[in-house]
Design a protein around this ligand. Structure first.
Ligand SMILES: [Zn+2]
Length: 303
């Protein structure tokens, strides 16, 4: 009898846990920054998984077989947009057979909605690379534009579970207040360095540079997604020397060799910067990532 009661108790707990689990909104994000924002807005009502871990190329997150069932069971997929994920996401969505998540459907949350893209190509000729087909998609490196992503995520959660609208709105407001305080802090930290020039490997930084008054001098890549030629590197080194460019940014997904060589030849400081949370140690949240980026720039420019 005691055993029977015990089994009933165990089953009740297990069923309760399953129901609680099932009640959560299942969200898959492509990148880790969007996962962090979704956790902040969704709170206890969401279960969030990111396809990327933080160190990957945003245009080429390696596809794992486990992504297919994950997307099959998801209620929402949250994306950067502007074609950022076009090399891996459409194929995954097709394989996952979850029509709700297809582009244009209610479960497809495009965080670029409301963001004005920079560097929109003048022609549709992709012969010179096509990783930025609709303009530069790296707007998340501008924390003011991250506010737009927060709003898009909040709108999608409210539309999916209107019964929790008050909670999502409250969480959104609390997160935006925290982010706004950090934005003020970051602007203050970089204010003394207005006009400072830098180069990076990939064209990740136009929104960041515009927000904080830095000058995005050039990229080591010839074009987004196109490796540098020897001639391009030679010209880059010579113009960097002439214009005293003090910083070379290396993003974690690119090898250190060429950026290190350019830094050495020009006397610039080489800094390794994450492009999403988890790209370097101790950057597990969006705020921690931006803190790391801002303070790395400030420290290198103080030298
Ligand atoms: Zn890119």
């Amino acid at each position: 009898m005691k055993l029977k009661l015990f089994l009933v108790a165990v089953l009740t707990v297990a069923l309760g846990a399953t129901q609680l689990h099932a009640a959560k909104i299942r969200v898959v994000t492509t990148l880790t920054d969007l996962a962090d924002l979704t956790r902040n807005v969704g709170g206890d009502f969401v279960e969030v998984r990111s396809l990327a871990t933080g160190i990957e190329d945003t245009h080429g997150v390696p596809m794992k077989p486990s992504f297919v069932p994950l997307l099959n069971r998801a209620d929402l997929v949250v994306v950067v947009g502007f074609g950022c994920e076009h090399a891996f996401l459409p194929a995954l969505l097709e394989a996952s057979k979850n029509p709700r998540l297809l582009e244009g459907q209610a479960g497809y949350v495009d965080c670029s909605k409301g963001v004005t893209p920079l560097e929109v190509p003048k022609s549709t000729d992709h012969s010179e690379g096509d990783v930025h087909p609709y303009g530069n998609p790296h707007y998340m490196l501008d924390p003011v534009l991250a506010r737009t992503a927060v709003q898009n995520i909040c709108d999608a959660l409210v539309a999916f579970a209107p019964e929790h609208a008050a909670d999502f709105t409250k969480n959104r407001d609390a997160y935006l207040a925290k982010l706004d305080a950090k934005i003020t802090e970051w602007k203050t930290a970089l204010a003394p360095f207005k006009g400072a020039k830098f180069v990076s490997y990939h064209e990740h930084w136009p929104y960041f540079a515009a927000r904080f008054g830095l000058v995005y001098f050039n990229t080591i890549e010839l074009k987004p997604g196109i490796d540098p030629t020897a001639r391009h590197i030679e010209q880059l080194v010579s113009t960097m020397k002439a214009e005293h460019v003090p910083i070379v940014v290396r993003e974690p997904q690119f090898p250190e060799k060429v950026p290190a060589l350019i830094a050495k030849q020009t006397g610039a400081t080489l800094i390794k910067l994450p492009i999403m949370p988890g790209g370097v140690p101790d950057t597990d949240t969006y705020v921690a990532e931006m803190d790391y980026i801002v303070h790395s720039f400030a420290d290198a420019l103080k030298k």
